[in-house]
Every structure is written in structure tokens, then in C-alpha cells.
Ligand binder design. Structure first.
Ligand code: SF4
Length: 295
């Protein structure tokens, strides 16, 4: 399928001189885009260029996968709000979603978690004069004791542990909780050693990825995130955001025709790294809606 700009798309992003450096916050999505391709960060987060294109083929299958993943997150949220398992199950008609839900109820990833459960929880904290922002699928907390981050993954692949651990999400989420989670944790932010993070895979319930945390890793993540943000602003000043050398990323990127890196979307069955298809959900930053903000 060819990509072409729709009626709401601009053929040209704002000139560098017109780009106001209004960035006030960084999320896993904007930082991961910068890591994956500085040019994509520039186009998507700095210049806000809308460039409609399918990410992968076939289109319908990609849309179904995305919708199914969102539904699974909603089902877990409903369950956490008190709706009985059977009632939720009775409403599921998609066989894959039903299988995921069966895995969830059978393996019960909530079983050993601390008692205070906060689903779809947004947290923000200041960092280097800006704000870091994360929206957690689930925070399970025993104030003063432990804080457990759960993240639901609905890809058909189970990424290798080293790939997951290298993602910005794996570094930002525990770091931000240790940086700004004091109101959640009884007045003092959790120590890094009190934080754990689990990626739980709906299609691979027997193989969650467990990530511990430590003061050493906290310091590494602080330096890593600081270096990323400093690099972004140095590149902004020079207007220097080069394209990635990894052409495979371009196959699954909405800007590939804009960047003249092909018009055909990559095939979804050839994706061997789910991060190629991850999309910024685009949740708007409404600080009134963020329950706990560390100032
Ligand atoms: S098409 Fe390739 S170079 Fe262009 S923004 Fe996307 S990943 Fe970067």
C-alpha cells in the first residue's frame, strides 16, 4: 500500500526556526523514538508532523492486533475495579482474547502482589528542569515495604530479556517511581531495592520477565536519561536529528515515504521485534488527571 499525506497532513514540517522548544515532559515513547531514530523524534515530537501511513501489512490484521491489546488492558482494569471474572469472560467473543483472559485467570499474575492496586496510573516528576512522565498498567504497593510495577504485553512474540531490559520503559518506569513516588509510598519515595517490575505476556503466561532494581541501577538510569535529554537539547540547538541507519525500522515507520525510505509497509509476519510496531498511545498530558505528582 502506498502512503500519501491525507487532507490533515502538511507536506512540510515547520522550519527549524519556527519550532518552538516547548517540550516540558518526556515519556518512554518520546525517548524511545529518539533512541531508535533521532529524525523520528524530531518529526513526531518536536515538529508534530502528521504523516498518515500504515505501519505494517496487512492493515486489517495490524488494526485487529492493536484493538485486541487495548481490550485486554481494559479487561484487566475492569477486573481490578471489582467486576467478577465470570462476568468479564461472558462478554469476550474474540477467541484470541478469550485465550489471553484464560491465561490471566489461570496463571493469576496478581496473586502475590501487594494489596494496594492502582491501574492505568499516571505519575510525573521533575527531572533536569523538565518532567518525566509514565503511565503504569498497574502499580501494586505495600506502603513503606514494596512497590511492584506490572506491564501487560500482548504481542505474539515473547521478546528476549536483554531486549526488554534495554528499552527506555524498563529504565524510566522504576526510576520515576523511585524519584517521585513518595505520596504513593507513605511519604517517602520507595528505595530502588523496594521496587520490582514485571512484564507479563498474555500469550506466554508461563514466561514473565522479572526485573529487580537497585541503587546502582537507579544511578545508571539517572545518568542514561540525563544524557538522552541533554543530547536532545544539544541536537535541537543545532537542528541535527539524523535518520537511523537501521533501515528495518523505516519499513514499519509512518514517515518512511516522507524520508524517502520506501512506500510499502513491512509485513507484520516478518516482525521479529515487537518494538518495531509499538505506538505512542498519545495520552494527553493533563496534569489535573495525574493523581500523584511530585513537585
Ligand atoms: S522512516 Fe526511517 S529515517 Fe525516517 S523517521 Fe522513520 S525510522 Fe527514521
Amino acid at each position: 500500500m502506498s502512503d500519501s499525506p491525507g487532507k490533515n497532513a502538511s507536506n512540510h514540517p515547520p522550519a527549524a526556526s519556527d519550532v518552538l522548544e516547548k517540550t516540558t515532559h518526556f515519556s518512554q515513547y518520546s525517548l524511545q523514538d529518539f533512541v531508535d531514530c533521532p529524525r523520528r523524534y524530531d518529526l513526531r515530537h518536536r515538529r508534530k508532523l502528521q504523516w498518515p501511513a500504515v505501519q505494517s501489512l496487512p492493515v486489517l490484521e495490524q488494526e485487529e492486533r492493536m484493538a485486541r491489546g487495548e481490550q485486554f488492558h481494559r479487561l484487566v482494569q475492569q477486573h481490578l475495579s471489582g467486576i467478577p471474572v465470570e462476568k468479564i469472560e461472558a462478554r469476550i467473543h474474540d477467541p484470541i482474547l478469550l485465550a489471553w483472559w484464560g491465561n490471566f485467570t489461570e496463571y493469576d499474575p496478581l496473586a502475590l502482589l501487594p494489596p494496594r492496586r492502582l491501574a492505568e496510573y499516571a505519575l510525573s516528576a521533575p527531572f533536569l528542569g523538565y518532567r518525566l512522565l509514565a503511565k503504569y498498567d498497574l502499580l501494586a504497593i505495600a506502603p513503606g515495604e514494596t512497590a511492584h510495577i506490572m506491564d501487560w504485553k500482548t504481542a505474539e512474540l515473547r521478546p528476549r530479556g536483554e531486549i526488554l531490559r534495554a528499552k527506555v520503559q524498563s529504565r524510566l518506569y522504576p526510576f520515576l517511581l523511585a524519584l517521585g513516588g513518595e505520596r504513593l509510598f507513605g511519604g517517602t519515595a520507595p528505595k530502588p531495592e523496594q521496587i520490582r517490575m514485571t512484564y507479563w505476556f498474555a500469550a506466554f503466561p508461563e514466561a514473565p520477565e522479572e526485573i529487580g532494581y537497585s541503587k546502582t541501577q537507579f544511578n545508571r538510569d539517572r545518568d542514561y536519561l540525563a544524557a538522552l535529554i541533554e543530547d536532545i537539547f544539544a541536537r535541537s540547538a543545532a537542528d541535527d536529528f539524523p535518520p537511523t541507519d537501521n533501515l528495518k525500522r523505516c519499513d514499519y515507520c509512518q514517515y518512511r515515504s516522507y524520508c524517502e525510505r520506501g512506500v510499502e509497509a513491512g509485513a507484520i509476519e516478518e516482525v521479529d521485534d515487537e518494538s518495531l510496531l509499538e505506538q505512542d498511545p498519545g495520552f494527553t498530558i493533563d496534569f489535573e488527571q495525574i493523581g500523584e505528582i511530585a513537585f
